[in-house]
Design a protein around this ligand. Sequence first.
Ligand SMILES: Cc1ncc(COP(=O)(O)O)c(C=O)c1O
Length: 331
Amino acid sequence: VVVTPTVESVHAAAARTRGLVGETPLIRFSALEERLGREVLVKVETLQHTGSFKFRGAMAKLTSLSPEVAAAGVVAYSTGNHGLAVAEAGRRLGIGVTVVVPDDAPEVKVKRMAASGAALVRCDRFKADGEAIALALADHRGQAFVHPFNDPVVIAGQGTLTLELARQAEALGGPPDLVLVNSAGGGFVAGTILAGRAALPDAQIWSVEAEGWDAIRRTRETGVPADNLAAPRSICDAIQARRPGPVGQAIIADGLHGALAVSDDQAIDALRYAFARLRLVVEPGGVVGLAALLAGKVPDRFKRVAVILCGGNVDAERYAGWVAEADVSGE
Ligand SMILES: Cc1ncc(COP(=O)(O)O)c(C=O)c1O
């Protein structure tokens, strides 16, 4: 049975996580608006606890568990940000967390998960299905499995960002006409669609994926559920899901207005831009919405675009290599 979350579940998640989840800034940068010739509302979600919006979904989920289920501890599968979020939410709530994490996850994410007290189980994601391993582990131990995106409560939690964004936009000149949502499994964009129906009724919601990892875009184009099983390697480690989840797909099929994909080079350009012009550290998967804007992929008819810098967990060495070539001239 697929349980579909609703606008009400987003409001319930917001109420449950109030004071537990951080409110992150929404900022209009004049240099960016001048370059793009339109208004841009930048949601700096990299400043969320654990450095990504994933903390919202993790908190929404862990605060929804019965005391008995919470006491047993939980298992998650994650390439990084979700595991980090569940690990830290668990630490704050006193819930034991085990994370199954692929060998090639960025070291910074793995270290931070361990620092939050999570037990880690490593796997080779090109040989084994990490999600299946995590599910089997949870089943064997009698623990709840916290899915990164195919879970109505996690989706509702991700939607809380949009309630916040809509409120903040009022003070910055009004609501956006487009929201770009960095996407992989589709939980984030599904939550955004749900929250947006009530809070941003006139805004379109578009997904932005990594090129080759763009199953949401292909599904939308063909009407046939697509997957990412044959995807190439990409630097956007945070937005690599084997396939979108059915819970989110039901919402996406009905409420997504457009879908884009960006290349690794475009993501690096945007990461450099965020560093040099916005003074913000963003990871490749967290910058693809901004990358789509900077690369000219967003139609001109949208005049007030909201973009979410939704993840900032990046290995120092790789990051240093990328930004070493950033153009820091200008404002
Ligand atoms: C930084 C970042 N952006 C976007 C996403 C995509 O979220 P979803 O899988 O819900 O589409 C993730 C996680 O997968 C992420 O870590």
